[in-house]
Design a protein around this ligand. Structure first.
Ligand code: SIN
Length: 523
């Protein structure tokens, strides 16, 4: 197929999608059911439990489904296809075929379409946030914030589409030039977690699409509805059939099928270090490029010269957002002797002011754990800290909310953290902060780096020289220096050591979805 006919067929598919986008939205029916949370716009696919493959909404070949459960009250929200290898193969075929048309569209056009997807998400913030709170549990205010955060990755990537530059270099002889092209890699597999059901998709989807790749998304089993809603909006934005595909179900068969397929040229995964290792082993067969955003265990230091009001506010936001279910949450707090009591007083009163409850209640700050295993992990970490000599400053127990599931935990601070505690070594993924005193800057750096993980680290100081010394010495990918909320679409996000590799965000992310080709040009 010539380039022009590929572009034409891409445009025809686009026109078809515009037709779908303008089709009337089906009537709502009874909105009093649990499923009403998805609202009118997404209701048809939500109830019909479909995957998006080649622009079509389809069930699993087997007809099997997986239930999506509201973690706050165990209500069944929906059933989504329990798809497997066959559906994944079809999605890869669709993405592979769509690549020919999508990758040759002018970058500006791709960017405009990606930007439109972001704007559609913002327009639908309320419904998308409601979907997120229902399936993931986070408070509605945080869910709205996540939709804005998710859309920002699309608008950032849309603008970057036009800045994927190659180079022309002088060669060693006068009759040659060296031409370096940066081209989209091809089909990208996107495998995302449940803790940020929209933003972890768009952080990968935006740059993949903007650079000219096509994608197959495998969302977490617990939170597929946000992905399906983004899929619907992708059609409404005019993204041609096959460019964005979404396959739901158990992870292993879908992801294994994608990695076994040489047409999949990269995989971007956010999740645990344990799974990341397995994916890396599997990707070795076809040598697919990977970016792995894995577990973290972030330290948070308050130096004697810090602004402790600012540090305490940041500590609360950093540790307790998303009820602690964030990989860059601070888990272990180290406070220098001189400000220990003053900091802890402020930290404690701010933590005690947090409200626990169902995310739809506007006054709630801390929602439920995603499931019972996650709840048991919090119990286990707190019990272990007690056995190892820690003391509970506040919290330390489950919180019982009338009519809700038993997955709520009181925001907790534990003093007397020691290296043998689980809290000091592993992600808790819950609303628990463990605190320990320290004496010197050298000790702080040594404590920070004494971890196999290296995703984020935070510290508060007013000393500019210390700020740069410590920032340079920390073994991690993201440093919050007098900042407890460093995540943003403009900056590269990712880890070192067992927290993975690859960067998402900033202009760096475009490298992840492009490959370099060198043309030796005889003149
Ligand atoms: C994560 O740490 O799980 C992602 C959070 C973020 O992007 O801020």
């Amino acid at each position: 197929m010539s380039r022009n006919s590929r572009v034409r067929s891409g445009l025809l598919r686009q026109l078809e999608n515009e037709r779908i986008a303008q089709a009337p939205i089906p009537p709502c029916g009874d909105l009093a059911t649990p499923t009403s949370v998805c609202g009118r716009r997404y209701r048809s696919h939500y109830l019909e439990s479909r995957n998006l493959i080649n622009g079509q909404w389809c069930a699993a070949d087997s007809g099997r489904t997986l239930a999506v459960i509201n973690p706050a009250n165990d209500q069944r929200l929906a059933e989504v296809p329990d798809a497997g290898a066959h559906e994944a193969n079809r999605a890869v075929t669709a993405a592979h075929e769509a690549f020919a048309g999508w990758s040759v569209l002018p970058a500006r056009e791709r960017g405009e379409i990606v930007d439109k997807l972001g704007r559609l998400m913002l327009d639908d913030t309320e419904q998308l946030a409601a979907i997120m709170t229902a399936q993931q549990g986070k408070p509605l205010s945080e869910a709205r914030g996540e939709i804005a955060y998710a859309a920002s990755f699309l608008s950032w990537a849309a603008a970057e589409a036009e800045r994927v530059y190659g180079q022309i270099m002088p060669a060693a002889s006068v009759d040659k030039r060296i031409l370096v092209l940066r081209q989209p890699m091809g089909v990208a597999a996107i495998v995302t977690p449940w803790n940020f059901p929209a933003a972890m998709i768009t952080r990968k989807l935006g740059p993949a699409l903007a650079s000219g790749c096509t994608v197959v998304i495998k969302p977490a089993e617990q939170t597929p509805l946000s992905a399906l809603a983004i899929g619907e909006l992708s059609l409404r934005a005019g993204i041609p059939a096959g460019v964005v595909n979404i396959v739901t179900g158990e992870a292993a068969p879908i992801v294994d099928a994608m990695l076994a397929d040489v047409r999949v040229r990269r995989l971007s995964f956010t999740g645990s270090t344990e799974i990341g290792r397995k994916l890396m082993a599997k990707a070795s067969e076809n040598l697919q490029r990977l970016s792995l955003e894995l577990g973290g265990h972030a330290p948070f230091f308050v130096f004697d010269d810090a602004d402790i009001e600012k540090a305490a506010a940041a500590a609360v936001a950093c540790n307790f957002r998303n009820a602690g279910q964030t990989r860059i949450c601070a888990n272990r707090f180290y406070v220098q002797r001189g400000v220990y009591s003053a900091f802890l007083d402020r930290f404690r009163s701010a933590v005690e002011a947090l409200n626990v409850g169902v995310g739809t209640d506007p006054d709630v700050d801390i929602g439920p754990r995603i499931n019972d295993d996650a709840m048991e992990k919090v119990d286990r970490h707190v019990a272990d800290a007690m056995e190892c000599g820690g003391t509970v400053l506040t919290g330390g127990a489950r919180a019982h909310t009338a009519g809700a599931a038993d997955r709520f935990y009181t925001p907790t601070i534990i003093e007397g953290m020691s290296p043998k505690m689980l809290l000091a070594r592993e992600e808790t993924f819950g609303p628990v902060a463990a605190v320990q005193r320290f004496e010197t800057e050298d000790e702080a750096v040594q404590l920070a780096n004494d971890s196999p993980y290296g995703l984020a680290a935070y510290f508060f100081t007013r000393d500019a020289s210390r700020l740069i010394r410590v920032a340079e010495a920390l073994e991690c990918g993201v440093v919050g220096a007098n900042d407890g909320a460093p995540s943003t679409a403009q900056a590269p996000f990712g880890g070192v050591k067992r927290s993975g590799f690859g960067r998402e965000g900033g202009h760096f992310v475009m490298d992840e979805y492009t490959r370099i080709k060198y043309v030796s040009w005889g003149v």
